[in-house]
Design a protein around this ligand. Structure first.
Ligand code: HEM
Length: 386
């Protein structure tokens, strides 16, 4: 973790500006509304895999996969990598005995991708990074792809899991969401205050003797940036129960020259993913006692191991529909407290039969009643990007 690598998080001054400038330059060309559409599509695909079963682990089957699917798409890599990349990233973060082999797998896949894009650029983050005026070497491009992929995977998976856990275990939180007093992006922001996805950052060393917060620091001392403690500093947050709505001054994305440049993407994945899940599974509830939930902790983060839930079984949705042809269902069926599984329109096969084919049931657009969309609905579609 402390080993130097050719990437912006390990550089300072002019070299940091060169490397970070390449990353932010490549990010500037991303089509954010297009990415939101893909986040929504991937969310619904993951939900299709679980919706007929009525039970799921929202960490292993949703929160960990969504950021990886989105980031592979952003990097321009085939989706087939997703499953193996999630396993490798999980391994690397856990620091198991196979972590080195997993890291080698990730680096080999990314290096092959960089070589391909250098020879034949396409419209993706990787090609844009290669084309930046900073003229990164292949090693530098691959190291930044890994930084982006792993940072996005671990942090965004933690964020989604934390928000969902809060919705499932805190009736007041859920009531505020379902009652419209809190939006999903506000819930995400509250979670960034209370449970920042990275609880600390490592890898800082003092260049000279100095004083920080009344403490004597000596040149060469290793420093930890305590994100979680910073977020509950009584000077900035005297009342921990006070609502932080609209306040983004937390440290979850750090601050200063290294402040996370991917925060908009991280927020978009969490907002859109949580929104899609709650819209599709409004009766979702925890399937175990809250006290049975377990976390895996490292110096960097606290990662929920599993989030077992149950909900009324329902049929899959068509995720092959062209963007803009899907009108999101209004949330009139939000549940506030422990709900009974709702009767739901049954799939053609009886519920007791083995799971229906995973392929989404194609909708016949001609059969759907034609309704004129109101101005609000059209605005929502434009805003959400689908
Ligand atoms: C909820 C999601 C995310 C959180 C909480 C998060 C948080 C952070 C934090 C705390 C840092 C360290 C800053 C420091 O060293 O002081 C960081 C750095 C970074 N993050 Fe994120 N991140 C998230 C998502 C993303 C995504 C989606 C991307 C890419 C698309 C990304 C790219 C990066 C990069 C490139 C750096 C290094 C910046 C530098 O050293 O100049 N992050 N992030």
């Amino acid at each position: 973790m402390f080993t130097w690598q050719p990437m912006c998080s390990f550089a300072e001054g002019a070299e940091h500006q060169r490397l970070r400038g390449a990353v932010t330059g490549a990010m500037a060309g991303l089509d954010h509304r297009g990415i939101r559409r893909h986040i929504n599509r991937y969310s619904n695909r993951l939900l299709n895999d679980i919706c007929e079963i009525g039970r799921a682990d929202l960490v292993g089957q949703f929160a960990e996969h969504l950021p990886m699917m989105v980031m592979l798409h952003v990097l321009g890599m085939p989706e087939e990598y997703s499953e193996r990349m999630v396993q490798a990233a999980r391994d690397m973060i856990k620091g198991t005995e196979t972590a080195i082999a997993s890291n080698a797998y990730v680096m080999e896949a990314l290096t092959r991708h960089v070589v391909r894009r250098r020879a034949q650029p396409e419209e993706d983050f990787t090609s844009a990074l290669i084309a930046q005026p900073a003229q990164l070497t292949d090693d530098e491009v691959a190291a930044h792809l890994r930084l982006v992929l792993i940072a996005a995977y671990e942090a965004t998976a933690n964020l989604i899991a934390n928000v969902l856990r809060m919705v499932l275990t805190d009736p007041r939180f859920r009531a505020q969401l379902s009652g419209g007093q809190m939006t999903v992006p506000e819930a995400v922001e509250q979670s960034l205050w209370d449970e920042p996805p990275f609880s600390a950052m490592v890898g800082y060393f003092a260049k000279q003797d100095t004083q920080l917060g009344g403490q004597q620091i000596k040149a060469g001392d290793g420093l930890l940036l305590g994100i979680q403690p910073g977020n509950v500093d009584p000077i900035v947050r005297p009342d921990l129960s006070a609502n932080m709505q609209g306040n983004r001054s937390h440290l979850a994305f750090s601050g200063g020259p290294h402040e996370c440049p991917g925060q908009d993407i991280g927020r978009a994945i969490a907002d859109t993913g949580v929104d899609a899940l709650l819209m599709r599974l409004p009766d979702v509830e925890l399937a175990v006692d809250e006290r049975e939930l377990r976390w895996r902790s490292s110096i960097l983060s606290r990662h929920l191991v599993e989030l077992p839930v149950q909900f009324g079984k329902r049929p899959p949705q068509d995720v092959t529909a062209r963007p803009m042809s899907h009108v999101p269902t209004p949330r009139k069926n939000w549940e506030v407290s422990s709900p009974m599984p709702q009767p739901f329109p049954q799939p053609a096969a009886p519920a007791a039969q083995p799971a229906a084919p995973a392929a989404p049931a194609p909708q016949d657009p001609a059969a759907a009643p034609v309704r004129r969309k109101g101005a609000w609905r059209r605005f929502l579609e434009w805003w959400r990007g689908y």
